[in-house]
Design a protein around this ligand. Structure first.
Ligand code: ADP
Ligand code: NA
Length: 330
């Protein structure tokens, strides 16, 4: 069976995934297992571009992997691995860095934003070369497609440029990856300030739904979400960002079309929508938490899953790297 190959990575961050991570990214990963030859990586090499505590980093990697499994990634139907377990990432990253122009890397807007926040001394060279390593992550697996949000488009363009450059300078080596545009990805907004996206760095504790929290805590956050003036339950992100966000979340979790939700809440108030959504969220998040906790409580099984994933990933990565080295003249 020759399915297109897809590659995606997620950083091991402290604490659990939030609703935005799940509905905006992880859910698509689960779906892509059925249509693609999917490679998913917990990208710990990328995480150390900013300082990390060793024990926390290790725990966060396990937490990320456990949540991905809890969300429905099936190690028999996809390849799930931790980036640092596959040394070819760093090796190809070096090669890619040697065909990247300094100015070309300096044009990456995400670096400009992040380095502005960290200051010159706080900004590492690793943060600068992050998109180059990301190119290596993708090209190592000869990925046909990469699910990307708007913020990652420039990095994917760089990946394609580098692949083209290597292919024409040496010999055809890399598949050129395309952006996989996911239809129906919900962008989830902060529950207390629905004009900003739900985000680990920007949201207040009450504005963000963390998936590993006690479900009743999350239910309470939904019930105290900011709504808009008026009473009508209508999807209108401009005039009614709060209600629209709740409708998006409801629709994304249940698969019910927003139009259908609007109809079923005709003549009902915001309270009814929130109560129902809180219940829907609890019903959905409870089994997710249980599965995730099972993996967290059984580190041997989790580590075995990740070791097997790394072995599968390495088989592909080593083959690509061998070709790269050969073509370079090593
Ligand atoms: P955060 O913004 O909380 O730091 P990340 O930047 O680590 O989250 O995002 C990880 C993944 O989750 C990315 O693919 C991103 O597009 C997705 N994501 C993050 N926040 C949201 C959101 N509010 N709505 C939809 N998708 C999101
Ligand atoms: Na972010």
């Amino acid at each position: 069976l020759d399915r297109p190959r897809v590659l995606s990575g997620i950083q091991p961050t402290a604490g659990s995934f939030h609703l935005g991570n799940y509905l905006g990214a992880v859910r698509q990963w689960v779906a892509l297992q059925d249509t693609h030859d999917a490679f998913y990586s917990v990208v710990d090499l990328h995480a150390i571009t900013v300082a990390q505590d060793p024990e926390e980093l290790r725990a966060n990697c396990r937490l990320a992997a456990a949540q991905l499994l809890g969300a429905g990634l099936d190690p028999d139907r996809c390849t799930l691995f931790v980036q640092s377990h596959v040394p070819e990432h760093a090796q190809l990253g070096w090669v890619m860095g040697c065909i990247t122009g300094f100015g070309e890397a300096a044009r990456m807007t995400q670096f400009k934003d992040k380095s502005a926040r960290h200051g010159t001394e706080g900004t590492t060279v690793g943060l600068f070369t992050y998109p180059v390593l990301q190119a290596a992550d993708i090209l190592l697996y000869q990925a046909d497609a990469v699910p990307v949000g708007e913020d990652q488009r420039q990095h994917l363009e760089l990946t394609r440029d580098l692949a083209n450059r290597f292919n024409s300078r040496y010999a055809p080596t890399f598949t050129l990856p395309d952006a996989y545009i996911v239809k129906e990805t919900a962008k989830i907004y902060d529950l207390q300030d629905p004009t900003i996206k739900m985000s680990k760095s920007a949201s207040s504790p009450k504005g963000i739904v963390s998936l590993m929290d006690e479900p009743r805590v999350s239910a309470k956050k939904i019930k105290s979400a900011v709504t808009d003036t008026g009473t009508e339950i209508r999807y209108d992100p401009e005039a009614k960002p709060g209600v629209s966000n709740l409708l998006s979340i409801y629709s994304a979790i249940t698969g019910t079309a927003i139009g259908e939700l609007e109809l079923s809440y005709e003549g009902k108030g915001y309270g009814a929508l929130k109560t129902d959504l809180a219940e829907v969220l609890v019903d959905w998040v409870t089994p997710f938490r249980q599965r995730t906790q099972e993996y967290l409580g059984d580190p041997e099984t989790l580590d075995a899953v990740l070791a097997k994933g790394a072995e599968k990933a390495r088989a592909v990565a080593a083959e690509t790297l061998a070709t790269v080295y050969e073509n370079i003249g090593f």
